[in-house]
Design a protein around this ligand. Structure first.
Ligand SMILES: NC(=O)C1=CN([C@@H]2O[C@H](COP(=O)(O)OP(=O)(O)OC[C@H]3O[C@@H](n4cnc5c(N)ncnc54)[C@H](O)[C@@H]3O)[C@@H](O)[C@H]2O)C=CC1
Ligand SMILES: O=C(O)C(=O)CO
Length: 386
């Protein structure tokens, strides 16, 4: 492809050249970069997914840092190009960075930033929304109404699943998985079973305390269990939500065999990454089990769906919008910009990437630190003592 033509330039005389491969919400991220003497170039090309060639053209001969997107392939080619252009800073505008070859970034000494925490609750809320939409057949019922098919209340019309007292299963009980679990336990009084490589101590404590509170109020207490295998969760849970990172251990975690052990009327939700589910196997399972329902925000061959999925009434599908609230997306843009700026300015790395609030306070200047650099250790970057 030829050099992208449409670029918006802010602060043309800035000393450091920072490129954003997409326009991002809000202006704070631009203001913060400009205040620190950056020339900001934003690619405004009307093409959703930029190719490696597009981004090479954007980087050009001199570039100090790039803010990129999860749809882009950040590997050897782009990191070597950025390094040749003098750049040592890259940030995804996302918490997930499975699109980034961190080893390649390490090789060229490029810091890789991501945007944790700011999107935790927003993403968990979408997972909860998909759980409810699938369990209560909201989309099917909405289509039925709009088609003019409703001619009166019926005992059997769109009967779905009650959540209260059932078991919610979480696979990957990290930040988002734990937030989702709390919503489902607290909001719908579901019991929890989870599987993670690590113990989710704070989550366990929360469910225990909430169970005691319910009991003290004469209600059935909620319970929790840490499963010793993912299969245990799949077998026992009524609603299962997937929240692990995508890596080789989680690729096709849910496949033909694992689907076969799930309850026939279970609800499966995926707001992590598409390839965590074998989508061909899922389509087949949905066809064979009409009472099994899914809510999907992500897809194996995103932006495409596997053949047959779009025709299935027992699937609710949305286009990777789990972090799409205004506050969250503006915050993600800010964190991504500050990751790039921090490396350019030689700031140390923030000591706790799970506490990014000081960077998001619009009424005070952000700390002189990089909010979240995933390869800080590999690059030997200093840690902030602020
Ligand atoms: N759909 C969307 O718009 C969004 C998707 N995401 C996805 O969600 C993922 C999780 O984000 P966070 O909760 O912030 O990350 P996190 O790092 O806090 O949680 C991930 C959890 O997965 C666990 N895990 C890793 N390998 C596992 C395995 N083999 N089996 C079970 N658990 C495993 C980890 O131990 C960790 O607790 C991101 O990496 C991203 O891919 C995140 C935000 C928005
Ligand atoms: O942050 C991520 O990983 C997303 O998928 C989009 O918010």
């Amino acid at each position: 492809m030829a050099k992208p033509v449409s670029i918006e330039v802010w602060n043309p005389n800035g000393k450091y050249r920072v490129v954003s491969t997409k326009p991002m919400p809000g202006n704070r991220w631009i203001d913060l970069l400009i205040e620190q003497d950056c020339r900001v170039e934003i690619c405004t090309q009307k093409k959703t997914i930029l190719s490696v060639e597009d981004i090479i053209a954007l980087i050009g001969d001199k570039c100090d840092g790039v803010i990129g997107q999860l749809t882009e392939d950040w590997g050897e080619t782009l990191f070597s190009t950025l390094s040749r252009a003098g750049g040592k800073a890259f940030s995804n505008m996302a918490v997930g960075y499975n699109n980034v070859d961190v080893n390649a970034a390490n090789k060229y000494g490029v810091a890789v930033g991501n945007t944790p925490v700011i999107l935790t609750e927003t993403t968990a809320e979408l997972a909860a929304s998909l759980s409810l939409s699938a369990a209560r057949r909201i989309v099917e019922a909405d289509e039925f109404m709009r088609a003019g098919l409703y001619d009166g209340w019926l005992p059997n019309l769109f009967v779905g699943n009650l959540l209260k007292g059932q078991t919610v299963g979480v696979i990957g009980a990290g930040r988002i998985g734990s937030a989702y679990a709390r919503m489902m336990v607290e909001g719908f009084k579901m019991n929890l079973i989870y599987y993670d490589l690590y113990q989710a101590t704070r989550l366990e404590k929360f469910v225990t305390a909430y169970g005691q509170f319910l009991k003290a109020n004469g209600e059935q207490p909620v319970t929790w269990k840490r499963a010793s295998s993912m299969e245990e969760v799949l077998r026992e849970a009524d609603v299962i939500s997937l929240h692990p990172i995508l890596d080789k251990t989680t690729y096709h975690l849910v496949n033909k065999d694992s689907l076969a052990i799930m309850k026939k009327e279970a609800v499966l939700v995926n707001c992590s990454r598409g390839p965590v589910i074998d989508e061909v196997a899922l389509v087949e399972h949905l066809k064979q089990n009409p009472m099994f329902r899914v809510g999907l925000d992500v897809f194996e061959d995103e932006p495409y769906m596997k053949p047959g999925l779009a025709d299935l009434k027992n699937a609710v599908v949305v286009p990777h919008i789990a972090s799409a609230s205004k506050w969250t997306r503006e915050g993600m843009a800010t964190l991504a910009a500050l990751n790039v700026l921090g490396k350019i300015k030689g700031y140390p790395v923030w000591s706790n990437p799970n506490q990014v609030e000081p960077f998001l306070n619009e009424n005070a200047p952000p700390p002189a630190a990089n909010p979240s650099i995933v390869n800080a250790k590999a690059l030997g970057l200093p840690v902030s003592r602020l």
